[in-house]
Design a protein around this ligand. Structure first.
Ligand code: SAH
Length: 240
């Protein structure tokens, strides 16, 4: 954890807000046992969906940690990227969403497709609560405070035909496909939407529909990467 995230509810009602906060949950445990911090030490903090800054430890007990903080600096900029991700195996989905959050993805859309196992959608690992937890970890890792938006699209065809074209307005649309003959664009700065297939890949019909909606296929080369590796490698090639 490189940034301690404070939630608006930690700070009490706006009329009572001051620059002191006492934590008594997992975060307090982390400060004591992992960071092994003591009174007077400073930490990087951020307010969820707000500014970042510093905090100084004022008190530590068995159960709680009290901090005096100052918030003054905006979080690092996001990538202008919407990630359209065919839902991976739930355990992997959580890791990919954490990594996408670390890298600065602004919007995540989880998509059903032919080779997505229907049971994945029922897993508690991809519940809102679980995925929010993964995104919060990503924010704490990257020193960011802004949660990406996350949506689920369970019907491939209506989504691709009816919603995708308007999502693509003013965006470059790309889909990662190992068998495309196009190479990955690099150093892009314009808003983009990137589709990544499931472990079994997009089927030819889906590739056609994505192309019709305005997405351009590209390949990263002849190696077939796991979705997890592909997401990080492609985002790095596109933007970093
Ligand atoms: N078994 C599938 C591969 C799926 S890999 C097949 O043979 O088609 C999972 C996803 O990662 C792919 O759908 C694609 O979006 C992305 N991916 C993996 N390797 C890639 C590569 N070399 N180039 C572009 N995308 C890749």
């Amino acid at each position: 954890m490189n940034l301690l995230l404070l939630q608006p509810e930690d700070l009490g009602a706006p009329s009572q807000q001051h620059n002191l906060v006492t934590l008594s949950d997992e975060r307090a445990k982390h400060i004591r046992s992992v960071l092994r911090a003591s009174i007077g030490d400073t930490l990087k903090v951020g307010l969820l969906n707000g500014l970042t800054g510093n905090a100084e430890i004022r008190a530590i007990s068995e159960r709680s940690v009290s901090l005096e903080f100052e918030l003054h600096t905006p979080p690092p900029p996001k990538l202008p990227l919407t990630l359209l991700l065919a839902l991976p195996r739930p355990k992997m989905a959580k890791r990919i969403i954490r990594a996408a959050t670390e890298l600065g993805v602004s919007e995540i859309i989880l998509l059903n497709s032919y080779r997505v196992d229907k049971s994945y959608w029922q897993s508690p690992l991809v519940s809102n609560e679980s995925l929010t937890g993964a995104m919060l970890e990503g924010l704490e890792q990257a020193g960011d405070t802004i949660l990406p938006s996350i949506n689920r699209e369970l019907r491939f065809k209506p989504f691709v035909e009816d919603k995708l074209p308007s999502l693509l307005q003013h965006k470059m649309g790309l889909f990662a496909h190992p068998y495309s003959t196009q190479a990955v664009p690099t150093k892009i700065t314009q808003p983009s939407l990137l589709a990544i297939g499931p472990e079994g890949g997009f089927i030819p019909y889906e590739c056609e529909k994505l192309t019709e909606a305005g997405l351009q296929g590209f390949s990263l080369g002849p190696r077939i990467l796991k979705t997890e590796t592909a997401v990080s490698a492609i985002i790095a090639r596109l933007f970093l």
